[in-house]
Design a binder for this molecule. Structure first.
Ligand SMILES: NC(=O)c1ccc[n+]([C@@H]2O[C@H](COP(=O)([O-])OP(=O)(O)OC[C@H]3O[C@@H](n4cnc5c(N)ncnc54)[C@H](O)[C@@H]3O)[C@@H](O)[C@H]2O)c1
Length: 277
């Protein structure tokens, strides 16, 4: 029997579907590949089209279908053109993954007004604009699924005030959109990745002992003690986008090895419950 994927025949847009150059895979790139492997035709959107082209090649080499759309989604015209491009290339839109984002370190005191606005533009405005044009397109043919890539920074402090505020607003936007568009058959959910390792994360610290320590901490901080990466987010996105999640909307799915489930104190080695070998 021919295998039918979880999103077989669906039309999907993934924003930020390229990946910062470097080892590993970004969450947008992984989400796009997972959706394509599960049978979707995917529009790969990125302001650096050469990045999205690498994702396209990966998908096409595996026998999937994808096209690249070059655009800056902080611009309304690009967001509108993106939604049109998806339906021109593949047909009516079913799935939107709002994945664009970038963390900025800074407290409320040392974050400049310019950096604040930039964080809101990249992390929030892009999702707002993409959704603004995607929702009517989905509603026009009976519904669809939107997955927002938020962060545990929406829920826990980590010294990135503008980024955290934007991701917190994204969570609020998720539940409000779920409320407003449920009766149009549109489900809206978010994933909240934890301290995963992606090329973007690796690009901000030079290789060396400090980077090695941070990598180790990204694993150790979670209950599982293992590293997470872009694929972990991609698989969660694939599930929420699919009809297997048909009765799930307004949810925020943590993808974080359980870091939200424990107080930091209990992660101290001598307190942690470690089973006897
Ligand atoms: N890496 C982590 O540890 C982590 C943790 C929590 C959440 N996240 C979230 O995951 C998402 C992706 O992270 P990543 O590490 O894969 O990043 P990445 O930089 O590898 O990928 C994001 C892509 O978005 C593109 N992009 C940026 N601004 C754009 C714009 N205005 N218009 C169009 N494209 C644009 C970039 O060119 C890039 O290719 C972000 O939303 C991030 O906040 C990441």
């Amino acid at each position: 029997m021919e295998r039918r994927g979880r999103v077989q025949g669906k039309v999907a847009i993934v924003t930020g579907a390229g990946s910062t150059p470097g080892p590993g895979i970004g969450t947008g790139k992984a989400s796009a590949v997972v959706l394509a492997r599960e049978g979707a035709r995917v529009l790969l959107v990125d302001m650096y089209p050469e990045r999205a082209e690498q994702t396209r090649r990966l998908i096409v080499d595996e026998g999937g279908r994808a096209e690249v759309f070059a655009g800056d989604l902080t611009r309304s015209a690009d967001a509108e053109a993106m939604v049109r491009a998806a339906s021109d290339a593949f047909g009516p839109l079913d799935i939107l993954v709002n994945n664009i984002g970038r963390a900025q370190v800074g407290t409320v005191v040392d974050t400049t007004e310019e950096a604040w606005d930039q964080a809101m533009d990249i992390n929030l405005r892009t999702a707002f604009l993409a959704s603004k044009f995607a929702v009517p397109a989905m509603a026009g043919h009976g519904g669809g699924s939107i997955v927002n890539v938020a962060s545990i920074s929406a829920l826990r402090g980590d010294g990135t005030v503008a980024y955290s505020a934007a991701k917190g607003a994204m969570v609020a936007m998720t539940v409000d959109m779920a409320y407003s568009h449920g009766r149009q058959g549109i489900r809206v959910n978010a994933v909240a990745p934890g301290h995963i390792t992606t090329p973007m994360v690796l690009s901000v610290s030079a290789p060396g002992p400090k980077a090695d320590f941070m990598n180790q901490m990204r694993s150790e901080a979670g209950l599982l003690g293992t590293p997470g990466d872009g694929w972990d987010v991609g698989w969660a996105v694939g599930f929420l986008a699919s009809d297997e999640a048909r009765w799930i909307t307004g949810a925020v799915l943590p993808v974080e090895s359980g870091v939200l489930s424990v107080t930091p104190l209990m992660m101290a080695p001598h307190l942690r419950a470690v089973p006897e070998p």
